[in-house]
Design a protein around this ligand. Sequence first.
Ligand code: 5GP
Length: 188
Amino acid sequence: MELLKRRILEDGKCFEGGILKVDSFINHQMDPLLMEAIAKEFAKRFSHERINKIMTIEASGIAPAIMVGYIMKLPVVFAKKKEPKTMINALTTTVHSFTKDREYPISISSDYLTPQDYILCIDDFLANGNAALGMIELIHQAGAHLSGMGFIIEKEFQKGSELLRKKNIHVESLAVICSLDNCEIVIK
Ligand code: 5GP
């Protein structure tokens, strides 16, 4: 996706520890027109999969996921990061956060993730794949089906992409970062 790659090179900022900041257009301030183009690209790449629901994790996955849901005319559900005190029929697992380096619980109600669901997971980044594994675990607990996983940005030098592809999951990443060494953004 040339538009996205150009924007990352123009406005992305590199931080210590292999972190790419895209705060000015993806996950703090957001560019809805870029997000629409991203969602259309996901819809095209997953057009041959059976999908009836979009799933993500709060918070930064919600914006792309709802745009994909809007374009594909499908409902969107997100796993919540808080303890499910008021959630009915909660399914829960634990995820290790790459950016914050700590564990956190994620939960989703089995009212909204069911054995009838064919799920497309959407998230902003694929790094080590822990958030993705958390979503897969919730899908497994619900008895739902995983149809594919779409990431706006994949950091190829971390282990997430290999891990998911080894599981034979249909993974689509719209921009693949080869390296952030010496704070230089290298895109495939
Ligand atoms: P993973 O679980 O694959 O290690 O990391 C994915 C999650 O961590 C994403 O949901 C994203 O919010 C966050 N993340 C991972 N790497 C980066 C990064 O380089 N920049 C930003 N802004 N978030 C990241």
